[in-house]
Design a protein around this ligand. Structure first.
Ligand SMILES: Nc1ncnc2c1ncn2[C@@H]1O[C@H](COP(=O)(O)OP(=O)(O)O)[C@@H](O)[C@H]1O
Ligand SMILES: [Mg+2]
Length: 252
């Protein structure tokens, strides 16, 4: 069993390109158990692409990714199951199946993992809905729910198999500030009360300062800055300052 602060994921020299477009140019990054890491950077800078490597949805062109000391990037597709159980992703936009109920959406990863016992599946679904503060919503359809509730269903789906780590791709996008706050509370709750490691892509500076233990800035396919929210607040780096001030805006 890992302890908070133990090294969890080690990324070295990660490169990715699509045809001739070089997106990641040698990313080095360590992620520790139990932390909330926020990934910042300009749009199109490769943040989503970076995240997709962690559960093996993309394979590096070069470089290594170790999860609990095991190099995952050369693994066969069929061996990724345990990694995806450990590292779960909440996709940009939530990506729920509109024709499936909330319960069927949340149960999806469990069925993919081969779980067949319906009583057990419904128990895990119910627990996941409790965690995201949507108890008893199993039979609703995504179209019955508000944008914030759909995000929470997507989060329930990401946590239903009790991963050690959740990756959030812009969980605040399109949400009003109060709903964004509630997502932040859930992210912190997962960290503090469920021992989850969180990696969050966001542009919401308010959220960054509320949830992050460490902030990583990605630029031109490399990590160019890592620090605490306090260090980010105090930085004199003009580019970071422009990013913080340009994106913070009027929070309400
Ligand atoms: N599957 C793909 N095929 C081709 N290009 C891609 C693919 N995924 C991402 N890209 C390109 O990689 C760049 C980085 O994308 P992305 O990681 O989504 O940026 P962001 O930092 O905004 O999340 C963009 O130019 C995007 O168009
Ligand atoms: Mg993105």
């Amino acid at each position: 069993m890992a302890n908070a602060g133990d090294l969890f994921i080690r990324i070295r020299g990660l490169e990715q390109r699509f045809e001739s477009h070089q997106v990641l140019r040698g990313v080095d990054l360590d992620i520790y158990y139990g932390e909330t890491l926020v990934l910042l950077g300009g749009s199109g800078g490769g943040k989503s692409v970076l995240l997709k490597h962690l559960p093996g949805l993309l394979k590096p062109r070069a470089g290594t990714i170790e999860v609990d000391g095991v190099e995952i990037s050369q693994m066969q597709e069929r061996d990724y199951g345990p990694i995806r159980k450990k590292i779960s992703m909440m996709f940009q936009g939530g990506a729920l199946f509109d024709s499936l109920t909330v319960a069927e959406n949340v149960a999806f990863p469990l069925r993919e993992q081969g779980l067949k016992d319906n009583t057990e599946i419904m128990r895990l679904v119910s627990e996941a809905l409790d965690i995201v503060r949507l108890p008893g919503q199993e039979q609703k359809l995504p179209s019955d729910l508000s944008g914030g509730m759909r995000k929470r269903v997507a989060l329930a789906r990401a946590v239903v198999s009790r991963p050690a780590c959740v990756l959030y791709d812009e969980p605040h996008a399109g949400l009003d500030p109060i709903t964004a706050d509630s997502i932040d509370h859930l992210i912190k709750d997962l960290q503090q009360n469920h021992g989850m490691t969180n990696v969050v892509i966001t542009h919401e500076m308010r959220s960054v300062f509320r949830i992050a233990d460490r902030v990583v800035f990605l630029k031109e396919g490399r990590v160019t800055w890592i620090g605490t929210p306090q260090e980010l607040q105090n930085t004199r780096d003009p580019e970071l300052r422009a990013f913080i001030e340009g994106d913070s805006g009027d929070p309400w």
